[in-house]
Design a binder for this molecule. Sequence first.
Ligand SMILES: Nc1ncnc2c1ncn2[C@@H]1O[C@H](COP(=O)(O)OP(=O)(O)OP(=O)(O)O)[C@@H](O)[C@H]1O
Ligand SMILES: [Mg+2]
Length: 367
Amino acid sequence: MFGKGVRAVDHLDLDINDGEFMVLVGPSGCGKTTALRMLAGLEEATEGDIMIGETRVNDVPPKDRDIAMVFQNYALYPHMTVYDNIAFGLRLRELGGFFWQLTHMAEAKKIKADIDARVRETAQMLSIEHLLERLPKELSGGQRQRVALGRAIVRKPKVFLMDEPLSNLDAKLRIQTRAELIRLHRRLGVTTIYVTHDQVEAMTMGQRIAVMSNGLLQQCDEPTRVYNEPANKFVAGFIGAPPMNFVEGVIKDGWVEAGPVRVKLKDGHPAIALNGQAVTFGIRPEDIYHAEGNVSIPVSEANTFEAHLDVLEKLGAEDTAYLMVGDQPMIATLDPAHPVAVGSTAKFAFDLDRIHIFHGEDGVAVR
Ligand SMILES: Nc1ncnc2c1ncn2[C@@H]1O[C@H](COP(=O)(O)OP(=O)(O)OP(=O)(O)O)[C@@H](O)[C@H]1O
Ligand SMILES: [Mg+2]
């Protein structure tokens, strides 16, 4: 709770397993950074418990939580080389002061050698070994970001907190570093909480992902589960690109009636019981097929509709089609092997096993 009544994170109830890679994802301003800062001890939680292992850490100062955080707005020490930036925390933690070092020369030497090995190993992991002697101002944004990562990794903490650590990298480097981080996690096995607003990053990196909106946890599950069984309309629309299509409608005698879109619910579908109630019908673009092509799903009156193909984006492996169903826009991912001409009207079909129905009132998935 911030002053002025801002409740940035509301009852975030999240159990993260030991050694897990958990991704916290949500739109800008939903409270991701605040949640991480509370874990790190940089922000106080107004209520609730924050536990690391068996220990309640609400009152443990940040430096004693054995957490390494990579900040969204990280800062490197400008007057130190990359090497010293990475080594700094370790030296502070593991080496005594000047006089201690004088009186414990052999021990200090051993620690220094160990620090040196760790710095070099980390730099190699992040492909920055050739930059160790440079100053931050002599690096690109992406290189600086990797140094900031290195500073956290080198400490081998109990928990990593990473706040959009790849945001400054270009597309190629981001994908590369993404894979690097996954490999790193597999190797070190350190519990990691990774924040991003990028749902692709969330899907590809997370062992589980926690979707947040407006300070509230919406769903926490394995990526495929979140994708295939979104808990509500927000999650359904947030995860997946191009996004899920939504059409407002009502349930009537086993059908979803949504203007020009009519879908017969399969026998036993729980939404059949909502006769007369308002619902949102949801379908992902890849679950719409050109019904006149060679489709892998059964096609009948129960799942077909006619649409005008407005715009077609050819992406190579697939086509993204912008359809108009009456005055209802809809996006479909189509197989280029069965093309539909732009400007023509054709029959399309929904995969009835992959439709989503949400309660009209609160958007909660009907199960
Ligand atoms: N110190 C503060 N005082 C008051 N309100 C704050 C403070 N810090 C953050 N907030 C508010 O809390 C909410 C959550 O902010 P937070 O930084 O956690 O969002 P975020 O999910 O990390 O967003 P982004 O993706 O843009 O980084 C926002 O509405 C923000 O304006
Ligand atoms: Mg943030």
